[in-house]
Design a protein. Structure first.
Length: 129
């Protein structure tokens, strides 16, 4: 069975090392000691990752078919008269979306604003939280 050190688990879950340590301290996640270091069993980590993925988002619409939603920050926008290319960083991921220039302008998508990338199949939908 694979085990993960705290930093590895944090990276997989998209949270800080300190958050994982707090979860261990409060009993939300069980850790063991291996060679003097705290480790988390893969099955335990997978269960927590599933719980986090299934947790409801309070500001989310009631009916959304896109399940993969990542909060991030817009890092670059390139626009012409018809289309816009919006680049975002969502945790460790770089997301690029193509949309109409009108939509990007209406959403106020410019470097420095936060946005949510909703990913469904091969399309990335960007929305403001």
């Amino acid at each position: 069975m694979p085990t993960y050190r705290i930093a590895e688990a944090a990276g997989l879950l998209g949270v800080s090392d300190d958050t994982v340590r707090r979860w261990i301290d409060t009993g939300r996640i069980e850790a063991a000691t291996e060679n003097g270091r705290a480790v988390i069993e893969g099955t335990v980590l997978a269960r927590l990752a599933s719980e986090l993925a299934d947790a409801p988002t309070p500001d989310r619409a009631k009916a959304v078919s896109a399940r993969n939603r990542m909060l991030g920050i817009v890092t670059r926008t390139t626009m012409d008269t018809v289309m816009a290319q919006v680049e975002m960083v969502c945790g460790p991921y770089r997301i690029v979306s193509l949309m109409s220039a009108e939509a990007a302008t209406e959403l106020g998508l410019e470097p420095g604003v936060s946005a949510v990338a909703s990913i469904k199949s091969t399309n990335v939908v960007v929305e403001r939280p």
